[in-house]
Write a protein that binds this ligand. Structure first.
Ligand SMILES: Cc1cc2nc3c(=O)[nH]c(=O)nc-3n(C[C@H](O)[C@H](O)[C@H](O)COP(=O)(O)O)c2cc1C
Length: 142
């Protein structure tokens, strides 16, 4: 299989985006979980700290992804970076085979050059479906 779609989410945005992408491409969206509690204000603060200091977490994933040629990875932006769960996951992957899709409130991922592509879905721009359509069109032609 050429692509697999995986995502991490804290509040559902990245799940929604991953499921839209997967539906358009006739794929499943697979959730990556971790051993942390990111809920509430303390979870938010911990999340910012873990993201900004590149701390690892224990990731939980129910499927082997080795048969995918390329990965579509949907992550929230935390403190300008990929969320720690996805950051940990990506440490064992070839980033040139990763299409990263980043959901955020208003800002862009800072370190962008390592990936095959980076797509930003920024809430304040109100253009989620148009960005997803552009992205999936490109993936289909890839
Ligand atoms: C710890 C933390 C840090 C965040 N940092 C940023 C940020 O730097 N820039 C931004 O635009 N949004 C930031 N956000 C907002 C999220 O990126 C945004 O709401 C995202 O879509 C959430 O995805 P989710 O619903 O899949 O968890 C942050 C959210 C959290 C929890």
């Amino acid at each position: 299989m050429k692509y697999k779609v995986v995502y991490f989410t804290r509040t559902g945005n990245s799940r929604r985006v991953a499921e839209k992408i997967a539906n358009i491409l006739f794929l499943e969206a697979l959730e990556i979980r971790d051993n942390m509690n990111w809920k509430g204000v303390f979870g938010f603060i911990k999340g910012g700290y873990y993201a900004s200091t590149n701390k690892n977490v224990v990731i939980i994933i129910s499927e082997n992804l080795d048969d995918a040629e390329e990965l579509i990875v949907v992550t929230p932006l935390w403190a300008g970076k990929v969320a720690p769960t996805i950051n940990t996951f990506l440490k064992t992957k070839a980033l040139k085979k990763v299409h990263l899709v980043v959901t955020s409130g208003s800002s862009y991922l800072k370190d962008r050059s390592y990936y095959k592509s980076v797509t930003d879905i920024i809430k304040s721009k109100n253009n989620e479906d148009a960005v997803i359509d552009d992205f999936t069109d490109k993936i289909r032609l890839d």
